[in-house]
Design a binder for this molecule. Structure first.
Ligand code: GUN
Length: 271
């Protein structure tokens, strides 16, 4: 996927005079966010996209951050703007997201993009949900008519991936940390998407034989300190028909979709 995008981007200077430009804003030094932003810069380099990562202290005010976004909105040489989440508690995330020019919203988090998704209108799809559907398609999983269970209801993953599965005619149950008898619910899943953010939250007894398991979690294993997902991989891998590892599964696909969204924003109005 990255090689194909790199080949496409290589033709842009001759066709359009320059390559796409992604601006990434990182506020503070949360280690997970630093690592995500580094991954985005690396992928940009591989695809040939120009990446400007702008770091600001955690003490930045909301007004200062909004002013920075306004500058990037006005810059004709910036095609995509991404503000790494979460932001410090004193900054209202929803104000920041809404301030990004919707045409540069490579994350698909702007309220106009969210509304368009739920109204089945053309929009920029959020990267992780888009990547999950891409992985299911690549693995040859038929989505139509299947029982899907999504654990998690965040704006970033749970809600939009549920909508994308629904649009592909899965029957979708959205569960969460307070769902009663969660194991009974998840055992019905032919496709199980887990985005709850707790290491080994999903145990082998919660998964039916042959299920497709998509692990969106990125956690530290409290025993080993290593990166791990929300799913007990070693216990579930033998019974799942498809399972995504952490690291290495959904994360890289999310970043590939971000590159794709950046190219889409660049091309909009040019083709
Ligand atoms: N934090 C965790 N996932 C994401 C993402 O997809 N985009 C942004 N901007 N922040 C995140």
């Amino acid at each position: 996927m990255k090689a194909a995008m790199a080949a496409e981007v290589a033709e842009f200077p001759a066709k359009y005079g320059r390559v796409p430009h992604l601006a990434v804003i990182l506020v503070g030094d949360n280690p997970a966010s630093v690592s995500y932003v580094t991954g985005k810069a690396k992928a940009s380099a591989e695809v040939g996209i120009r990446n400007t990562t702008i770091r600001r202290e955690a003490s930045i005010t909301e007004e200062e951050l909004l002013a920075l976004i306004a500058e990037l909105n006005a810059d004709d040489e910036v095609d995509g703007i991404l503000v790494q989440l979460p932001l410090p508690a004193h900054i209202r995330e929803e104000r920041v997201i809404a301030a990004i020019d919707v045409r540069k919203d490579v994350d698909g988090f702007h309220p106009a993009n969210v509304a368009a998704l739920w109204q089945k209108q053309p929009c920029t799809l959020p990267c992780t949900p888009k990547g999950i559907i891409r992985m299911l398609e690549r693995a040859g999983v038929d989505i139509a008519g299947r029982e899907a269970v999504v654990i998690g209801r965040s704006n970033i993953v749970g809600l939009p991936v549920s909508k994308l599965l629904l649009d592909r005619n899965a029957t979708v149950t959205v569960a969460h940390s307070r769902t009663k008898n969660l194991a009974e619910v998840t055992r019905r899943a032919e496709i199980l998407v887990v985005a709850i953010g707790r290491p080994k939250f999903v145990t082998a007894d919660m998964v039916s034989d042959g299920a497709v398991v998509i692990d969106v979690g990125v956690n530290r294993d409290p025993e080993t300190g290593k990166l791990c997902g929300d799913v007990d991989y070693a216990a579930i891998e033998p019974k799942a028909s498809v399972i995504t590892p952490v690291p290495g599964g959904v994360g890289p696909m999310t970043i590939a979709c971000l590159m794709e969204n950046t190219i889409e924003c660049f091309l909009r109005g040019r083709e």
